[in-house]
Design a protein around this ligand. Sequence first.
Ligand code: ATP
Ligand code: MG
Length: 394
Amino acid sequence: MDPVRNPFMPGAGSRPPELAGRAEIMASAEVALKRVLQGRNSQSQILLGLRGTGKTVLLNEIREMAEAEGYLTSFLESPENRPLIDMLYPAMLQTLRRLSMTQQARQASTRALRALRGFASAFRIKLGNVEIGVEPDPGVADSGQLEQDLPDMFEAIGRAAQAAGKGWVLLIDEVQYLQEEELSAVIVATHRIGQRNLPVMIFAGGLPQIAKLAGDAKSYAERLFIYPKLGALPPEAARDAIAKPIEAEGAQIDTGAVDAIIAQTHGYPFFLQEWGHHAWNCAEASPIGRHDVDAATQLARRRLDEGFFQVRFDRLTPAEVAYVVAMAQMGTGPYKVNDVAQALGKTAKALGPRRASIIRKGMIYAPAHGDVEFTVPLFDDFLRRTQTRKDTAS
Ligand SMILES: Nc1ncnc2c1ncn2[C@@H]1O[C@H](COP(=O)(O)OP(=O)(O)OP(=O)(O)O)[C@@H](O)[C@H]1O
Ligand SMILES: [Mg+2]
């Protein structure tokens, strides 16, 4: 069918034609945003999910919703090997510049800008050509300890936002890449704005291990945030994700074809887009049938193997590859750390650093103590398909 009219959107963070199965999370975010703007308390949220489950897409939706409610928003993707403040500083500065344009918020914004000035020098942030034309406010946000200064900054921004009759939403994607002290600082800052009832909220997204990381960093983090889980879509939602966009283009898909897509993708959002995309292009005409999905499966597999899976695989060292292949050879996860060690003829302790490095790269995570699991859905399948074949061939 006409590829120009293909509605599917495979890709990182691309808004899907039908945001299926996420109504509950969106509704809870909406309630929280409305409450906080009215000076009522509500927990910030960290969306947790494997690769390709729609975290970035949802953060973008929440951002739009927040703007419609009257918040200023800042969207950061935490950089893998750079300090958070490199991105947070310009975001705070821009927010304050915007707030300072509101007459009633002038004074509070100036105060916050002075705090930011102190923050910038304490953390030696290069101001370049974005000078702040105010004097610092000694003793505010300038200790050089992120855990002390970030709460000061959030409070100052919160007061400025409140004076302007607005709020501030900070969205942080890929939050698992934050350093532990950065995460603690964000948690303490969130705690502070909650205690002061200021109109500031954090929405973050990350791989599942973050809930544990947050709990380790600060024990009260459990109560401070809620952690909506994004997983594979249940069959009804997966059906909507495929059928509705096709119908919106005035075409149809057979029930058997939808079932085949759900079986192949296990309902994972990214894979649904990929299969939908190829099924549309493979079909000669509407309705899209079972054989079109079979052809799409070939294409989608190849594209994923060469792209989505391969780029992640390429980040691993040979020793790390041996580790993940040992996992995959045991079937579907989660896997016992001890079993993986045994398969490699080593102790779990000796493999600790290797495991930690693969976790840091975001390829595996620990769903429970003593277990590991892949962060990329169907990655075990990919490894069995590509790596074990090579093993037996050589
Ligand atoms: N609710 C949904 N229904 C249908 N498709 C979706 C849904 N959510 C996301 N998608 C699609 O899934 C793909 C992945 O989305 P997104 O990039 O937001 O995932 P992610 O969880 O941020 O992944 P990563 O961890 O790799 O960053 C996109 O192609 C998007 O269009
Ligand atoms: Mg993402």
